[in-house]
Design a protein around this ligand. Structure first.
Ligand SMILES: Cc1cc2nc3c(=O)[nH]c(=O)nc-3n(C[C@H](O)[C@H](O)[C@H](O)COP(=O)(O)OP(=O)(O)OC[C@H]3O[C@@H](n4cnc5c(N)ncnc54)[C@H](O)[C@@H]3O)c2cc1C
Length: 101
């Protein structure tokens, strides 16, 4: 791949033939850059997202995940929706929890 200041100019193939291009689309693998979920022991999907159930619970007790780290459907609306669910489920868990004074 030949570029000028990051602007693609052309591709060169193994046989040295070239094709001029102005843009190229790629789908790189998704990788969670933050290592905290992995350190906590959370399971990941084959696509590299943190595995969650319908209540945004991860495989680790007490650990929730939402948003882009959990789904290929990346949008603000989706992240807010998942956060809303996680918040409600967490709130319920705390209400149900027995506290000792
Ligand atoms: C260029 C671009 C354009 C987009 N346009 C749209 C659009 O038009 N409409 C739409 O709905 N969506 C759009 N999206 C997608 C949308 O931005 C995301 O889906 C949404 O922001 C996901 O929210 P999130 O809270 O999951 O993650 P993020 O918004 O990425 O928030 C995660 C936060 O966690 C912080 N963080 C990460 N690791 C750590 C750590 N170890 N400690 C502390 N903080 C940490 C990050 O700094 C970041 O602030 C766009 C995305 C991009 C990149």
């Amino acid at each position: 791949m030949k570029h000028k200041n990051g602007q693609l100019e052309h591709l060169t193939f193994k046989d040295n033939s070239t094709v001029e291009l102005k843009a190229i689309y790629a789908r790189p693998d998704f990788e969670e850059h933050c290592k905290i979920p992995e350190t906590l022991g959370c399971e990941f999907t084959e696509q590299g997202h943190i595995k969650v159930d319908m209540f945004q619970k991860t495989s680790e007790e007490g650990v929730f995940a939402i948003g882009d780290s959990t789904t290929p459907f990346r949008s603000v609306a989706n992240a807010i929706s998942a956060g809303n669910i996680a918040g409600a489920v967490l709130n319920n868990a705390m209400i149900e929890e027995e506290f000792r004074l």
